[in-house]
Design a protein around this ligand. Structure first.
Ligand code: SAM
Length: 234
């Protein structure tokens, strides 16, 4: 269950998420922020973790509410940002009024949430008509395979299946003495876009940013590591 997993990993994630040399956030987040509409009255971040995305939204003029399933991460987010509101809740059952947000953001959280379908429907419920849902997820192609080696021209191999919903685990990733265990769900493109369609969203923009010159790992300039979109509730 994602709730137990993220609570267990919360202190590791808090270190990981705040280190530009550990996490790809600093390579890719600019492409994501360029996808967002201008700040409206209220912005919700679902799966906010220790709050780095919410804090960056505040810097860009958003009035933010952050929601996360981990008690520890919500406390850390609160400690680092007194002006926003942080609530412990499950994405699939938001304790928030219908049609009360202009923008809902999922940054690398949709694939970690156990009930993606219900969570996207909840995002649609709390959005006002004309509001946007913007997300970044691990790209379905990146989830489907692996590089043969760390060389920049390494072959990318899909051995198993691309279609269908699969559980994945990346255990004991170690950097500078910090260990992180990731766990989530892998979906094909239709897994995400079919869910958005059923929740009544219309896709307005899709991005597959390259790691480009900014990224240390040049392999991800050939195959996208992340998929981002802006969808609108008509
Ligand atoms: C990879 S972290 C991303 C955190 C943040 N968006 C960021 O980029 O720094 C995924 C987050 O999703 C949260 N999460 C997982 N399942 C959830 C659920 N069912 N409801 C709300 N949050 C959830 C985890 O606790 C974790 O903080």
């Amino acid at each position: 269950m994602s709730r137990e997993h993220w609570e267990r990993e919360s202190s590791n994630w808090a270190v990981w998420a705040r280190r530009p040399d550990f996490d790809a956030y600093w390579t890719y987040s600019q492409a994501f922020f360029e996808l967002l509409p201008s700040p409206g009255r209220r912005t919700l971040e679902v799966g906010c973790g220790e709050g780095r995305v919410s804090r960056d939204l505040v810097k860009r003029g958003h009035r933010v509410t952050g929601v996360d399933v981990s008690q520890t991460l919500i406390r850390l987010a609160k400690d680092a940002d007194e002006q926003s509101s942080y609530i412990r809740a499950d994405a699939a059952a938001l304790p928030l009024a219908s049609e009360s947000f202009d923008l809902v953001v999922f940054y690398n959280s949709l694939m970690d949430i156990d009930d993606m379908e219900l969570s996207v429907h909840e995002a649609a419920r709390v959005l006002r008509h004309g509001g946007a849902m913007c997300a970044c997820v691990t790209h379905p192609i990146a989830d489907a395979g692996r590089y043969e080696s760390e060389d920049s021209d390494a072959r990318f191999i899909i051995e198993g299946t691309y279609l269908g919903e699969r559980r994945w685990f990346a255990s004991n990733i170690e950097r500078d003495g910090t260990r992180m265990n990731f766990a989530g769900w892998a979906y094909p493109l239709e897994g995400y876009f079919g869910t958005l369609e059923r929740a009544g969203f219309v896709i307005q923009a899709v991005r597959e940013p390259s790691s480009g010159e900014a990224g240390d790992d040049k392999r991800w300039s050939r195959i996208p590591l992340f998929l981002m979109w802006r969808a609108v509730k008509p």
